[in-house]
Design a protein. Structure first.
Length: 363
């Protein structure tokens, strides 16, 4: 079997790592195509080296642009690549513009598409990712689902026959890296302006709904700055660009701007932290898997399982809460008792590869 993985953005590289490893112990051929959606070393190269992913076979170097321009550029570059390789499957990951571009190009060439992390829904049509994931699910031939909840969404949309529950591949890699941190193979990274031996929070913000309006971004930054613990803000380039554009200082009060971290260092930082404040999907899950409370500055989450037992809490608008309540929420202790484990057993990548192979034989 020949499978072409199409990736481009940081979270897809995390998902690619266990998949590439699973392919490595088979006779299947695995071709990696990087669209170039993310090109900064902090968002791309460090994931290939840190997670020991083989370098991409093809790099399209598409770069940034408006959604239409970026997605269109990817499609026009991918067309010839899919045509040349004619894989048995194109495997697309998650919900970025690289995902929908890869799926659309492949189905038009009658190449089978498998969608990893299928069936997630935020039901928020303002999110570009929601359109990407809905469109990709309906284009794909095989839907590899991370959770029961995702399966339910696909059943409701009439896609049951194409859907298989495999578990969450990000959990595969997170659990493995957690072991390396616990065994001392990975150190807690140095965070600028933060003593990682004392309580601190890890924060990220990158969703357009949070970064692209000056009022909204100012409110969120001020809310983070008002917390009584140091807040290590692992700043995505979009956040930095928007803060510069709007004249918002990312270093104020408790807030200390840091660079995005490579994956293993991120896991180590979360383990060392008191908790997480974020709008990232992946980090909500990672906080749960690593036993840290998470506060999500969004109106909804695709990973509803993280809300169970109060491990994750949605705070759409911190400035609307009385200040003491915001502080109490963002700095709350982890719930007692073991966190729920709804994301699979850490073998989702192997299962995904096996499912593609058996599907090929039977369909
Ligand atoms: C993309 C995904 C989002 C995912 C996120 C992870 C889409 C629609 N969004 O959002 O689902 O959660 O990746 O990080 O695909 N930039 C750089 N260097 C880079 C990449 C981007 O400076 O290497 C800047 C550019 O100004 C760019 C902006 O960040 O315009 C946004 O990048 P883009 O890839 O469009 O979306 P993300 O916000 O990263």
């Amino acid at each position: 079997m020949k499978v072409m993985s199409i990736v481009g953005a940081r979270p897809q590289l995390v998902k690619l790592a266990p998949v590439a490893e699973a392919f490595g112990s088979t006779d299947h051929q695995h071709v990696i195509v990087h669209t170039g959606q993310h090109y900064d070393a902090d968002l791309s190269d460090v994931f290939f080296t840190g997670l020991r992913i083989p370098p991409p076979d093809v790099h399209l170097g598409v770069g940034s642009g408006s959604h239409g321009v970026q997605t269109g550029a990817m499609m026009s570059a991918l067309d010839a690549v899919v045509e040349e390789h004619r894989p048995d499957w194109v495997l697309v990951y998650g919900d970025t513009n690289s995902t929908v571009a890869g799926a659309l190009v492949a189905v038009k060439q009658h190449v089978r598409v498998a969608h990893l992390e299928a069936g997630l829904r935020s039901f928020n049509r303002r999110m570009p990712e929601e359109h990407n994931r809905v469109a990709t699910d309906h284009l794909a031939d095989l839907l590899l689902c991370p959770t029961d909840e995702a399966m339910k969404h696909l059943v409701r949309e009439g896609l049951e026959e194409r859907s298989v529950l495999v578990g969450d591949v990000m959990t595969d890699v997170c659990l493995k890296v957690r072991e390396s941190v616990e065994s001392g193979t990975v150190d807690i990274p140095e965070l600028r302006g933060v003593d990682t031996g004392s309580p601190f929070l890890v924060a990220t913000l990158h969703r357009p709904d949070n970064t692209d309006s000056p009022e909204r971004l100012r409110d969120l930054v001020e809310a983070l700055a008002s917390l009584p613990l140091p807040v290590a803000l692992l700043a995505h380039p979009r956040l930095v660009a928007k803060a510069d554009e709007f004249g918002i200082d990312l270093e104020q009060g408790s807030l200390v701007r840091n660079r995005p971290l490579p994956y293993a260092e991120l896991v180590a930082a979360v383990i060392a932290s008191h908790g997480v404040v974020t709008d990232s999907g992946g980090l909500q899950k990672e906080a749960l898997l690593l036993g840290r409370p998470c506060t999500t500055v969004r109106t909804e989450t695709e990973w509803v399982e993280t809300l169970e037992g109060g491990w994750n809490r949605l705070v759409p608008d911190p400035q609307q809460l009385p200040p003491a309540e915001w502080v109490a929420t963002a700095t709350r202790a982890a719930p007692t008792g073991p966190p729920p484990r709804p994301f699979g057993d850490g073998r989702a990548a192997e299962r995904s590869v096996d499912t593609m192979a058996s599907w090929l034989r039977s369909h």
